[in-house]
Design a protein around this ligand. Structure first.
Ligand SMILES: [Zn+2]
Ligand SMILES: [Zn+2]
Length: 677
């Protein structure tokens, strides 16, 4: 929208203040001022970048300042994205300016663009071109439904529930091709670019230079260049992690979210949006279909599909009629009873590894815990070493000979004597991936072994290198955390071993069972993707748990049926929406007091009238400390809101918080639909 020579402009500014700021427009910039452009303004005596979001003929307040200058010749953000970011700010309770800032490249936030010309783009390895594959009957049926909606050019969300290796990616590719032929664009979200190189490669090999990969490893100027390629229409397909949902594509025809259940789609900083929900908002604005794809859909999405709010399409068979891997659950309590000691690997697993190695095939060993020993304990006084700044145990890392806090990365050399009782009885317990790797090396000295976790891949490029070596079969056994659970496709892997399935099961989180089921199903799906079939061995101390049983039988429906019952009983999502309000302070009492008074405040102010109260009940739970009560020196206390209607909850909370005054020295954060407690 051009400025029809109004005298005032409303600007959104990237600060945590929930309002717009009105500035006068000097006569000489009146023509240049336009919605979606940035302007320099004087804000709290500092030159600040603001985003023009509207105009007004008059302003009520006196002494209004004037815009210093309009920065852009063309808007940096389109009308569609302005609407989208406004919705994001209303849904996730952040300011409009914060939401807009999340949608544009970093270099534009500072008000200047500094594209360094000497920085050369890393030699882009273009993979060999690929062509559409022949489809199975199931795939054809799914595509028929999707094509119909693409032709109608109307909003329609699909849930593509397809088991591992059932050919979901080919569905995405052919749907994109259809959209491309209509002259429209597509956005594809993947959980993390660096962790899904094989998926990303399939898009670039099919569509070549029409693809822009929104890679977080790109430095600022390169990112800006890709952003310009997308904005100009040169790139028609954007593949990226969650923030790619804000890509400045025009004429959007399709959004795809691969592995829609992944928690990495939720941003942990302001704005705390969930890319899946933002994708639905954007598709509504653009009138186009969305495909949410997963072998293990989130409870939320599956529930919506059952209610008919998402259209369910299914792939129930693996490509080429390959069978799902045979799965064995090993009860480690029995192992303990017969062998009279705690052991890392059951006999079944060791025998299977041996056999697979003899056959010249490959093995993946999965444990979702980094480090060597996972806690250090004094045998005399019982002290467990904890981080100085967090309520979490220190984990021993053999490679760096350090104790490391996995919450704040604090490091210290392991003490020889107990810091509490001075006894020299410090013992190391628990198993992490480093220890698994060394034990595997001891048991199979002839095997070539590598490890993949955030420690082993900290160096740039090492992730790709390890996967490359594994692909070439220069590695026989790959040990890893959830990094090896996602999307990898190695036909020679015939055995997947899960060292301890219970790691995620015991987390203090209502999603613990769901995460366990997802991880086990995903990691099991790495086995038997080639012609040789596959086998999965799951070690656990809780073999009767429904998440583990259902995962071992590849039975999503059965897992869903159990889990949805307990969510309903406990009044948790998808039956309600949660809003988590966290109060942080370096002083424990300040944090808990502030949480207590916030709860009282909300009880009084969340609703103004009796009528409102009865319309949509909001439960206020807490205050309670976070499961990890202290992180980086800050004590954290939560107040939790539960309600059925997210829009009403957000509106009421937003209104109430306008008159809330938080105590000094305390930080308040609001997380709508939080992924952790
Ligand atoms: Zn001691
Ligand atoms: Zn720490």
């Amino acid at each position: 929208m051009k400025n029809a020579l109004h005298e005032f402009a409303d600007l959104a500014i990237n600060i945590p203040v929930d309002r717009l700021f009105t500035y006068g427009i000097p006569a000489d910039t009146a023509k240049k001022a336009e919605v979606g452009k940035r302007a320099f303004v004087d804000f709290r005596n500092k030159e600040t970048v603001g985003y023009i979001v509207g105009f007004r003929p008059e302003a009520e307040a006196q002494g209004i300042k004037e815009i210093r200058s309009v920065i852009d010749d063309e808007p940096v953000i389109s009308g569609e994205l302005l609407k989208l970011t406004e919705r994001v700010s209303l849904t996730y309770l952040c300011s409009y300016g914060q939401a807009i800032a999340a949608a544009i490249p970093g270099v534009l936030k500072k008000g200047k663009v500094s594209v360094k010309s000497r920085e050369k783009h890393e030699e882009e390895k273009m993979p060999a071109p690929s062509y559409p594959l022949a489809l199975t009957d199931e795939q054809k049926k799914v595509l028929e439904s999707v094509f119909k909606k693409i032709d109608m050019e109307s909003y329609r969300p699909f849930l593509l529930h397809g088991i591992t290796a059932s050919g979901k990616t080919e569905i995405y590719l052919q749907a994109i091709e259809k959209v491309l032929n209509k002259g429209k664009t597509s956005i594809v979200l993947v959980p993390e670019i660096a962790l899904t190189p094989q998926t990303v490669e399939r898009f670039t090999s099919r569509f070549g230079s029409k693809v822009a990969v929104a890679h977080s490893a790109l430095v600022g100027s390169m990112r800006y260049k890709e952003w310009q390629r997308i904005r100009s229409g040169e790139a028609k397909i954007v593949v990226g992690a969650r923030s790619a949902i804000f890509s400045p594509v025009r004429n959007l025809g399709l959004i795809i979210i691969d592995e829609e259940h992944e928690t990495s789609y939720k941003q942990e900083d302001v704005p705390r949006y969930h890319a899946r929900d933002v994708a639905l908002m954007r598709a509504k604005l653009a009138n186009c279909p969305v495909i949410l794809g997963s072998a293990t859909p989130s409870l939320e999405s599956f529930y919506l599909a059952k209610k008919g709010e998402l259209e369910m399409v299914k792939l129930t068979k693996r490509i080429d009629e390959r069978s799902l891997p045979k799965t064995k659950v090993v009860d480690m309590r029995m192992e303990l009873a017969t062998r009279k000691k705690v052991c890392m690997f059951s006999k079944v697993l060791v025998d299977s590894i041996e056999r697979v190695l003899k056959d010249g095939r490959q093995v993946m060993i999965f444990l979702n815990r980094r480090g060597f020993s996972t806690y250090v304990n004094c045998k005399r006084c019982g002290l467990v070493l904890k981080c100085k700044k967090c309520d979490s145990v220190m984990v021993y890392h053999y490679e760096t000979r350090n104790l490391i806090c996995h919450y704040c990365n604090f490091r210290m050399p392991p003490p020889d004597i107990c810091p509490k009782c001075n006894a020299a009885y410090m013992k190391y317990f628990g198993i992490g991936t480093e220890k698994v790797e060394s034990e595997i090396a001891r048991l199979f000295p002839q095997a070539r072994i590598a490890r993949m976790d955030t420690d082993a891949t900290a160096k740039r490029g090492s992730h790709d290198r390890i996967l490359g070596e594994f692909k070439k079969h220069n590695i026989d056994i790959l040990v890893g955390t959830q990094m090896i659970a996602k999307g990898l496709d190695f036909p020679r892997v015939t055995l997947v071993g899960v060292v301890n399935a219970d790691v995620t099961l015991n987390l203090p989180d209502f999603r613990a069972s769901e995460r366990t089921f997802n991880l086990l199903t995903q990691v099991a799906g790495r086995a038997g993707r080639g012609e040789d079939g596959g086998e999965v061995i799951i070690q656990t101390y809780a073999p009767e748990h429904y998440a583990i049983l259902a995962a071992s039988k590849h039975d999503y429906e059965k897992f869903y049926a159990q889990e949805i019952k307990s969510r309903k009983e406990l009044f948790f999502p998808p039956f309600v929406h949660l809003i988590k309000l966290t109060l942080r302070s370096r002083n424990e009492k300040s944090a808990s007091d502030a949480a207590g008074s916030l709860k009282e405040f909300l009880e009084k102010n969340l609703f103004n009238t009796e009528k409102e109260k009865s319309v949509d009940k909001i439960d206020i739970a807490g205050p309670a400390p976070s499961p990890i009560a202290r992180v980086r020196g800050f004590f954290r206390w939560n107040v939790l809101l539960k309600g059925r209607n997210r829009t009403t909850m957000c509106e009421t909370l937003r209104g109430a918080l306008r008159s809330y005054r938080k105590p000094a020295g305390v930080i308040l954060t609001i997380d709508v639909d939080p992924m952790s407690m």
